[in-house]
Design a protein around this ligand. Sequence first.
Ligand code: NAP
Length: 309
Amino acid sequence: MLLQIASIGLLADRLLTEEFDAVRLWEQPDAWLTRHGAEVELVATSVRAGCGPEMLAALPRLRAISSWGVGHETLDVAGARARGIGVATTPEVLDDCVADLAWGLLMAVARRIPAADRHVRAGEWTEVGRFPLSTKVSGKRLGVLGLGRIGAAIARRGEGFAMEVRYHGRGPKPGVAHGFEPSLRELAAWCDFLVVACEGGPATRHLVSAEVLEALGPGGILVNIARGSVVDQAALIAALEAGRLGGAGLDVLENEPGAPLALRRCDNVVLTPHVGSATHETREAMERLVVDNLRAFRRDGTLLTPVRA
Ligand code: NAP
């Protein structure tokens, strides 16, 4: 039996029902898991709904989890591995769109595009040259925190803007031309734009600390398309309010959904509501990959895109 923990999207929901006769947990009575948990062999879920230790404990015959999204901090990957349960996410198909959005945020903050748009709409474009100058993007220094699949796609786009790129992570990546910086603080001090693209979860919580933001400085811009938890948001707000940071482009925040007033009223902050992968094309590809992983597992017991962490 396949248990679907949450709605994944119109396409995936339909295919899971047609091909797997999926049981939709959110449509079942409260006692369903206790009565039927032992019949479940496959789970379809999403990074938002997750599949944590309690759910795993309720599914003693579970063999595979297919999750929509690339983050796996809401999935009990270690618990699943200990029981030989396969876990798949939907990586790679979203790299381009998330990297594109990171660049959109970077450009929007540096060139003050939303502020300029507000200026024109408010009827304030009454004389030439009244809007304040902004920050040049091309030829600057780009720092990437987490040169994974998405981080690498962000770095590749930097080459088109004639940027020197350096990165930070747990260690240098073999065969990568960009410079590795063992200290995130040093990377922030070196670069003009710091883009956060590492995974979320406890290990990366508040990696972008007050000290890192201070090193980035009043001329620096922070872009976060990874997880809100990676940035110390209180320190970020303090740095922005004190003029100790040049600006920020944020697709993800702590305590989503919603953004604190302090960020919403900063003119040098551009906010998007966690929409890195949210294009028609990419969302369709993600939904298809959730189903393709389950098809592959049913066919021969393998997953196409297993979590390797
Ligand atoms: P990935 O290929 O697994 O890359 C993750 C990177 O995180 C790795 O390069 C890793 O670098 C780095 N990392 C992990 N632990 C770290 C640590 N303790 N310190 C420093 N760096 C660390 O994942 P991906 O597919 O590129 O996705 C990256 C993240 O983007 C996801 O986990 C997700 O949270 C986020 N995301 C956001 C959106 C959105 O809509 N905004 C969409 C998709 C994904 P090392 O191995 O070198 O340490």
